[in-house]
Design a protein around this ligand. Structure first.
Ligand SMILES: *[C@@H]1O[C@H](CO)[C@@H](O)[C@H](O)[C@H]1NC(C)=O
Ligand SMILES: *[C@@H]1O[C@H](CO)[C@@H](O)[C@H](O)[C@H]1NC(C)=O
Ligand SMILES: *[C@@H]1O[C@H](CO)[C@@H](O)[C@H](O)[C@H]1NC(C)=O
Ligand SMILES: *[C@@H]1O[C@H](CO)[C@@H](O)[C@H](O)[C@H]1NC(C)=O
Ligand SMILES: [Ca+2]
Length: 212
């Protein structure tokens, strides 16, 4: 069942590779999106592709997808179109990598931030992620609404501090978040008041220190 709880200092832990373990999260509010920021931290030993954030609508399975392809290579999908990034992501000693993706329809700018380093790409302008049935999944990549999971794209490891906004955070704010100096929380998804449901063997673990 749906739980709404403060996950501060907690992480979802996906202990094994599977296409049956995932977490669905429910937004506080969901406007139709013409801009967004998604931030999170993950801790994984995988070098294969893995889904970090999968947001599907009934019309588009990859309405908003943050995918790590392999070390240093990330893709951001908006309404099924994608753009690739090369961003150095040497794992900090803590094991935790912090990522943020931002997208702004009016300029078409997509930015990928990894441990405070950024890279910027252009996508077509004027896209809107419509307000309609949506499914937000952590731990798996949706090839269809709420399903179509591929174990080869699953996250094995931990994920924490998932926040989503309906606007683009400034570079200053993202830098502060990465450094653990910011208390900015998402207005769409807020890790500190998250409504979620675990499916399959997903554990909640305490996080000692997520700072880099
Ligand atoms: C992005 O990277 C993926 C994975 O390496 C690759 O399959 C795809 O063709 C790339 N897309 C573009 C537009 O370069
Ligand atoms: C889509 O949303 C509507 C309104 O909330 C709901 O009645 C319908 O069952 C949803 N469809 C699916 C496939 O989830
Ligand atoms: C998991 O994979 C199996 C085999 O490919 C497939 O039949 C099943 O639909 C998948 N499950 C989900 C939830 O995607
Ligand atoms: C990564 O591998 C190490 C050594 O096997 C293990 O102790 C650690 O728990 C793994 N980390 C994750 C996030 O699975
Ligand atoms: Ca897939």
């Amino acid at each position: 069942h749906l739980i709404s709880t403060d996950l501060t200092k907690k992480a979802f832990y996906f202990p094994e590779e599977s296409n049956k373990t995932y977490v669905t999260v429910t937004p506080e509010t969901l406007p139709s999106l013409t801009a967004t920021t998604v931030c999170l931290r993950y801790n994984s030993n995988l070098t294969r592709a893995q889904s970090l954030f999968s947001f599907a609508t009934l019309a588009k399975a990859n309405a908003l997808l943050l995918l790590k392809n392999k070390p240093g290579k990330y893709s951001v999908y908006v309404n099924s179109k994608h753009t690739n990034f090369s961003v150095e992501d040497t794992r900090p000693a803590s094991g935790w990598t912090q990522v943020c993706a931002t997208w702004e329809s009016s300029s078409g700018t997509v930015m990928m931030w990894v441990n405070g380093k950024s890279s910027s790409n252009q996508m077509e302008t004027g896209q809107v992620i419509p307000l309609m049935n949506h499914s937000i999944v952590l731990g798996q990549e949706q090839d269809s609404f709420g399903g179509g999971f591929d174990r080869q794209q699953s996250l094995v490891g931990q994920i924490t501090e998932v926040h989503m906004w309906d606007y683009v955070l400034s570079g200053c704010e993202i830098t502060a978040l990465n450094a653990g100096l910011s208390v900015t929380t998402g207005n769409v998804l807020n890790w500190n008041v998250l409504q979620y449901q675990r499916h399959g063997r997903v554990l909640l673990k305490n996080v000692e220190d997520t700072c880099k």
